[in-house]
Design a protein around this ligand. Structure first.
Ligand code: KIV
Ligand code: ZN
Length: 397
């Protein structure tokens, strides 16, 4: 069975939908280029019918992103589909992502539609999208609270109509890992034409289970995971990209899957998002929190200094941090700064190095030591950082 997991990043769409995380067009373009550098397979760039700004942003992202698929979200309504197709006109690898709810609770109270009306609407939307685009994803919103028999029926029909990915969202973060795994297994076993589509999962974190549910889904046949940088998203957020990817990396001995993500771009991506939105990552956040690789307790420090394997299950370098061999303080010179930035993957011109040096010495005046986090933060706020960071080989294969 295929062991590659497609990473579908929805930071710019679901992530941006959460309160306090809205971004302007320039900020989204910057983040899209960073996501491309990170090596995600699909960037969901926005929801073009939502606003003119979203439409323009998806269009621009389609122009500048070359290596990833660019997805636009739309309901199954004709005006939504038209807007999504139009917004994707310049994308090298466009994907139309259309969705409609399938749970009885949504049908009754939100859509006021019958199951057969929902099914017809989904099939029509997918059929139309396929006349414009070879890559069409269909999402059954609130799938985890939908009747599995109806899911089998609607997914079979949309695959017949041309859907290339079928997404099974746990929209309200209600599922338990074993239930969700079982649902994915059932769909894989019972949808007769499932060999013509990829099964995708999209988990929300209301009970803190989004990553666990995504992993269970992979174990049971899902091959696309929808996730966001720093786990941002509606309410308690979406599955965190860095946690899914680093679990697959770190536990290859148990789950033998690969992604195209260049893991050394994880920390810079996290920092860029935090800087753009002005929302810091919680210090104890797995993988990207300030304390994720910090050791305070004496016993731990002793062990880590003797051999990092004692208390570290992955290296800081693997997510884009360096070990602090060179400590930058106010007495450090340009040479040390240049070396340190090179370790972090930034190769600056003399002019940009001078600019960075001035920022760093100002900060060093305020705090004793300028650490990797500070430097990456500074680089993220300087316009030149995006141009200067070279591409690196994907760690995930
Ligand atoms: O949570 C959800 O169901 C969604 C869909 C639009 C995929 O975000
Ligand atoms: Zn969602």
């Amino acid at each position: 069975m295929d062991s590659h997991i497609t990473i579908f990043d929805t930071t710019l769409r679901d992530g941006e939908q959460s309160p306090g995380y809205s971004m302007n067009k320039q900020e989204k373009l910057r983040l899209a280029l960073q996501l491309e550098r990170l090596g995600v397979d699909v960037i969901e760039a926005g929801f073009p019918i939502a606003s003119d700004g979203d439409y323009e942003t998806v269009k621009e992202i389609g122009k500048i992103v070359k290596d990833c698929s660019v997805a636009a979200l739309c309901r199954t309504r004709q005006e939504d589909l038209d807007r999504a197709v139009s917004a994707l006109q310049h994308a090298v690898k466009p994907r139309v992502h259309t969705f409609i709810a399938t749970s009885d609770i949504h049908l009754k109270y939100k859509l006021q539609m019958s199951r057969s009306e929902v099914l017809d609407s989904a099939v029509e939307a997918v059929r139309f999208a396929r006349t414009h685009c070879d890559d069409v994803e269909f999402s059954a919103e609130d799938a985890s609270r939908s009747d599995p028999e109806f899911l089998i029926e609607i997914f079979t029909a949309v695959i017949d109509a041309g859907a290339t990915t079928i997404n099974v969202p746990d929209t309200v973060g209600y599922a338990l890992p074993w239930e969700y795994g079982e649902l994915i297994r059932t769909l894989k076993q019972r949808i007769p034409n499932i060999d013509q589509a990829v099964i995708s999962v999209h988990c929300h974190n209301d009970l803190g289970l989004a990553v666990a549910n995504s992993l269970m889904a992979i174990q049971n046949g899902a091959r696309q995971v929808e996730c966001t940088v720093n786990g941002i998203g509606e309410r308690a957020g979406n599955a965190s990209l860095e946690e899914v990817v680093m679990t697959l990396e770190t536990r290859k001995n148990s789950m033998n899957f690969t992604t195209s993500v260049n893991t050394t771009e994880i920390f810079p991506s996290s920092q860029l998002l935090a800087q753009i939105t002005g929302k810091n990552v919680q210090p104890n956040k797995a993988i990207v929190g300030d304390n994720a690789f910090a050791h305070e307790a004496g016993i731990h420090q002793h062990g880590v200094l003797k051999n990092p394997l004692t208390y570290e299950i992955m290296t800081p370098e693997s997510v884009g941090l360096t070990c602090n061999k060179i400590v930058i303080g106010k007495h450090s010179g340009r040479f040390a700064l240049c070396k340190k930035l090179e370790e972090l993957g930034y190769h600056l011109s003399k002019e940009h190095l001078d600019q960075a040096y001035r920022r760093v010495t100002r900060l060093a005046d305020e705090k004793k030591e300028v650490n990797d986090h500070d430097l990456i933060r500074i680089m993220a706020t300087e316009k030149f950082s995006a141009d200067q960071k070279p591409r690196q080989m994907a760690a995930g294969g």
